[in-house]
Design a protein around this ligand. Structure first.
Ligand code: C2E
Ligand code: CA
Ligand code: CA
Length: 845
């Protein structure tokens, strides 16, 4: 009882795809057409073999009316099917085997073949709305089935019809069974062949399972034989047989439906289980759509996410059996889909759509083209669909979220490992890459060269041509190095105008120097930046592993020492020489001493007065850190502050100065001098997220109002990490603490940037102030800095005031506060207190 024609099977989808894309002439289509033709020719041949029948061969009741009745039966029976579902293929039972058995037993073979093909085809056309190649193939298949049946039947029982007009003997039965089973098997093979040809060669795997279902044919044949035998004896008994057939049919259908119901629950469960395990969004979508097609007996399934804030319409569609999703972007929405996107399911005979919410964003699943053997879509299938879609939607939502988190994490990681300007790896990443390269070299017994390049006179270029040009120059140099090395090494930008390169070598220092020399020549080629032609030069330091060490840290430091030596001697390129590396040993010793001094709070703080030039009154003081080294004597802050920054000591140092200064200010205040106190922050201080809380705590503990404290920050500090420092600055400002831009004029601050910062004060750098009395250009800088500061509602401070002329000039230009040797040198705390009490006259007093 196997219904084996093309229609309920997997080819539906493929055929639709072919029709839609108008590529019926593609190779698989041609092959199917050839197969159809061959089957038609073979059936015609089979029919022709009965043209001259043996004598005595007559059809029992082959009269025209009976033939017409048979034709009607063939046509109608194509319209009724029962199904047992096995994945996408439907193993159905039709009742067309009944007329077939009767046809074989009682009709002229040629008539049976022709009527089977023509009437069956008409049934498929009218009742199943089959058309075109599919109809042609199925009609040819019916013809072949009929041909095989009559050939086998007449081969086994050659004279059956004439001889046994009064009844059937055992031979006829055997012939009928064999005829039906053989034709069923041939049909199964042909159907498998056409699917394999057209679409999926793997279909042959399913053939054994299909053939095992042939027992159903034997059932139909038995009923037909009993019916026929009974009918010959007594025409009325056909009614009884028909009733038995109907009862069996209904029982079978109930059994099939029960099986389907259980299977549905099972499949829904399987569906959720299957989706759960999938992490990849695309794969998830593919599996969900594929299973939806299977379970809902639809030829195509689709997932639509309409135009939204996050992007254009995305549509993933699964057609046919190709197992590939067609993704379309920015495709017009189906107008009929709108209710589904608004939240209500859509049920039409040929398609269904159900809404899902994807992270709050409306989306819909669609299935279309119900298999003809499953009839139009029903409310029951819509419910199943919604259940499937809910599960799929949840799983997809989760996967999308996962994807996004993964992307964001990757972005963050990328940003944290790369220099923003050049896109090259940054210092941290270089360090990691170098460690990995060193590990590889150790394993292979080879080496690595570490080359540090520092551009010469970069600051001059930057100052003369603007930092945009400076940036372009840096990018160009980085790109050149990268292009030169390709994947033979790694180029990183360590910061400023400093680049680092690592190149695997054979381990010799010669190879390292040769590689570095190549890089030097790459940098020195003239650089064209728009209308400008520049020539860059770099001081280059080289260290080679394993000769100069095999830890990343050591190698970078040694390359650094070599680079400084190159710069000092204007040597261009230097290989690290341990003999001359006293510097670094000294440096390390100094860091150890500094650490001890910080821990023992041995650092001192000096105070330098700040004066209002209009009144000559002392309005505040700046706290300046001092370090008296036990053997080396006074060490300048310009030396030890950078050391502290590079060795993690800057935080305790800053806190020490801050606390000391605040305690002093509170003491001055008690003695009647209400001064402001300025404390310097170093670049790393702003990365300390606890700084604002610490400041707040210290202010409270020392009994100082927040507005009495000014924190001096350089522009480069803010530029190093604009987003991070901004947050800290804003929190400091909200405490009521004043913020000042130190060394103003030496950095990159643009007007625009200055306006965005939560600052109260700019402090014009002493390099401009000192020479303003003798150099009219510096005077112009100072004047415009004052005007600019005032235009932005900022207080303007000038540091480095060393003589009366400068002081007078600043007073005349309206500078708010001045500071410098002319007024007072930085003094020890006690000396400052005494100076304050004594009221030593300042020039304006
Ligand atoms: P700065 O913040 O620009 O400090 C002003 C520097 O100019 C001080 O140098 C001060 O002694 C010097 N100075 C003041 N008046 C004059 C003048 O009329 N002529 C000249 N030529 N110089 C003058 P100092 O004390 O050597 O400090 C140097 C730098 O060290 C400071 O520059 C500051 O950046 C840093 N520094 C000092 N103390 C600290 C501190 O506690 N924390 C941090 N992070 N940095 C500090
Ligand atoms: Ca300062
Ligand atoms: Ca300064």
């Amino acid at each position: 009882m196997e219904r084996r024609h093309l229609g309920g099977g997997r080819l539906d989808g493929a055929f639709m795809a072919v029709a839609r894309h108008g590529t019926w002439r593609t190779r698989p289509g041609t092959r199917v057409a050839l197969l159809t033709t061959a089957m038609t020719v073979a059936s015609a041949g089979a029919a022709a073999s009965f043209v001259a029948p043996e004598p005595g061969f007559t059809a029992l009741r082959g009269g025209p009316w009976w033939l017409a009745a048979l034709a009607v039966c063939f046509a109608l029976t194509e319209g009724f099917t029962l199904h047992l579902r096995v994945r996408r293929g439907a193993h159905g039972m039709t009742v067309s085997e009944f007329p077939m058995v009767l046809g074989v037993l009682a009709f002229d073979p040629i008539a049976v073949i022709v009527v089977r093909a023509v009437a069956g085809g008409a049934g498929l056309f009218a009742l199943r709305r089959q058309r075109g190649p599919k109809l042609a193939f199925n009609a040819a298949l019916l013809a072949v089935q009929a041909s095989v049946a009559v050939l086998v039947f007449h081969a086994v029982a050659p004279h059956a019809l004439g001889a046994t007009a009064g009844g059937l003997d055992r031979r006829d039965w055997l012939a009928a069974y064999l005829a039906m089973l053989t034709s069923d098997a041939v049909a199964a093979v042909l159907l498998t062949a056409v699917i394999a040809l057209h679409d999926d060669p793997g279909e042959w795997r399913n053939l054994p399972a299909t053939l095992r279902n042939s027992w159903q044919v034997a059932v139909t044949t038995t009923i037909a034989l009993v019916g026929y035998s009974a009918c010959i004896r007594n025409s009325w008994s056909v009614g009884l047989v028909a009733m038995v057939a109907v009862v069996l049919f209904l029982a079978y259908r109930a059994y099939a439906q029960l099986g389907n119901g259980n299977r549905e629950v099972e499949q829904l469960y399987g569906f959720t289980r299957e989706l759960e395990g999938i992490r990849d969004t695309d794969r998830l979508l593919l599996v969900a759509l594929d299973r939806m097609r299977d379970l809902l007996r639809a030829a195509s399934a689709e997932f639509d996410v309409p135009q939204s804030a996050t992007g254009p319409l995305r549509r993933a569609r699964l057609d046919g059996q190709g197992g590939e999703i067609h993704t379309e972007l920015d495709y017009g929405a189906h107008p009929w889909l709108e209710p589904a996107l608004a939240g209500g399911p859509v049920l039409e005979p040929g398609r269904m759509a159900v809404p899902v919410s994807l992270d709050g964003e409306p989306a819909a699943f669609i299935v279309a083209d119900s298999f003809p053997d499953s009839g139009p879509f029903t409310a029951a299938r819509l419910r199943l669909f919604q259940a499937l879609a809910d599960h799929a939607g949840t799983a997809i939502g989760r996967a999308v979220l996962n994807d996004r988190l993964r992307d964001e994490a990757a972005d963050k990681l990328y940003v944290s490992l790369h220099d923003q300007l050049s896109g090259l790896p940054n210092r941290r990443y270089f360090h990691e890459l170098l460690e990995a390269a060193l590990a590889r070299a150790r394993a292979a017994g080879t080496g690595v060269a570490v080359v540090l390049l520092d551009l010469d006179r970069f600051k001059e270029i930057n100052d003369a041509l603007g930092h945009d040009t400076g940036d372009l120059l840096l990018c160009e140099v980085g790109e050149r190095l990268r292009a030169h090395l390709q994947d033979r090494g790694v180029v990183a930008r360590l910061g400023g105008d400093e680049f680092a390169v690592l190149i695997p070598t054979d381990g010799s220092t010669g190879a390292a120097v040769a590689a570095a020399a190549e890089l030097a020549s790459v940098v020195e080629r003239t650089i064209r930046l728009g209308p400008l032609t520049l020539s860059a030069r770099a001081s280059i330091g080289v260290a080679a592993a394993p000769v100069h060490g095999d830890a990343a840290q050591t190698l970078i430091r040694h390359a650094d020492v070599a680079m400084y030596a190159a710069k000092e001697n204007r040597a261009g390129l230097r290989l690290y020489d341990p003999a001359t590396d006293v510097n670094s040993r000294e440096r390390l010793a100094l860091i150890a001493d500094l650490r001890a001094a910080v821990e023992r709070a041995d650092l001192l703080v000096a105070f330098q007065a700040k004066v209002d030039p209009r009144t000559g009154r002392v309005t505040g003081a700046e706290a300046l850190c001092r370090w008296q080294h036990p053997t080396l004597g006074n060490i300048a802050p310009d030396v030890f502050i950078p050391l502290a920054e590079h060795s993690g000591l800057v935080r305790p140092l800053t806190l020490h100065v801050l606390e000391f200064a605040l305690l002093r200010r509170a003491a001055w205040s008690r003695s009647g001098h209400d001064l402001t106190i300025a404390v310097n922050l170093s670049p790393n201080s702003l990365m300390d997220v606890e700084l604002p809380e610490t400041v707040e705590r210290l202010l409270a503990r020392t009994g100082n109002p927040p507005e009495a404290l000014t924190l001096e920050i350089t522009e480069s500090t803010i530029l190093a990490d604009p987003a991070g420092s901004m947050a800290t600055l804003e929190r400091l400002q909200s405490l009521g603490v004043k913020l000042s831009i130190d060394d103003f004029g030496t950095g990159y601050s643009s007007l625009g940037r200055l306006r965005e910062l939560p600052i109260h004060e700019v402090k014009i750098d002493k390099s401009f102030v000192q020479r303003s009395s003798i150099d009219h250009r510096d005077r112009a800088v100072v004047r415009s800095a004052i005007q600019l500061g005032h235009a932005l509602d900022l207080k303007v401070v000038a540091e480095g005031v060393e003589d009366k002329a400068t002081y007078d000039y600043l007073a005349q230009e309206g500078c708010d506060v001045v500071q410098g040797y002319y007024l007072s040198r930085p003094l020890t705390p006690d000396a400052f207190q005494a100076w304050l009490m004594a009221g030593v006259p300042t020039p304006a007093r």
